[in-house]
Design a protein. Structure first.
Length: 135
């Protein structure tokens, strides 16, 4: 599958960021694009032709929401204690829907909610959720 680089970086960024990182998102966007451009140039292409900064920013606004969706699942898994893990096999045995695996309470629930709240506020503040129909 051919994709835009923003999807990969948004998965990483939103699943591992904290509020300080969210507040400094422009720094990370600039840093990533600068280094991506260096690699494009090293491979013999023009980064300004192949993937200009304006296009990268357009893609960030349009596709970074995939990172939000990914973060909803990943952050909860990252904060889940070993003894809290429900396996797919257990869920199947108990005749639960496979989505139920993600619906269990965790000890770190307040931290999970805080991290997700910060990401959603970031998305709203930056206008990243204004056109969900373009996903």
């Amino acid at each position: 599958m051919i994709s835009v680089p923003v999807i990969d970086i948004s998965y990483f960024f939103y699943s591992s960021c904290d509020k300080t990182d969210l507040d400094d998102v422009q720094h990370y966007i600039n840093h990533y694009h600068r280094h991506l451009s260096l690699h494009i140039e090293a491979l013999g292409s023009s980064s300004e032709v192949l993937y200009p900064y304006a296009k990268f920013c357009e893609h960030w606004k349009k596709y970074s929401r995939y990172g939000l969706i990914f973060a909803l699942l990943v952050i909860k898994n990252m904060l889940t204690e070993k003894e809290e893990v429900t396996t797919q096999k257990q869920a199947t045995k108990e005749s639960r829907n496979s989505c139920d695996i993600f619906m269990f309470p965790i000890k770190n629930d307040n931290l999970y909610k805080e991290r997700i709240r910060n990401i959603i506020i970031h998305f709203v503040k930056n206008g990243f959720l204004d056109k969900l129909d373009n996903m």
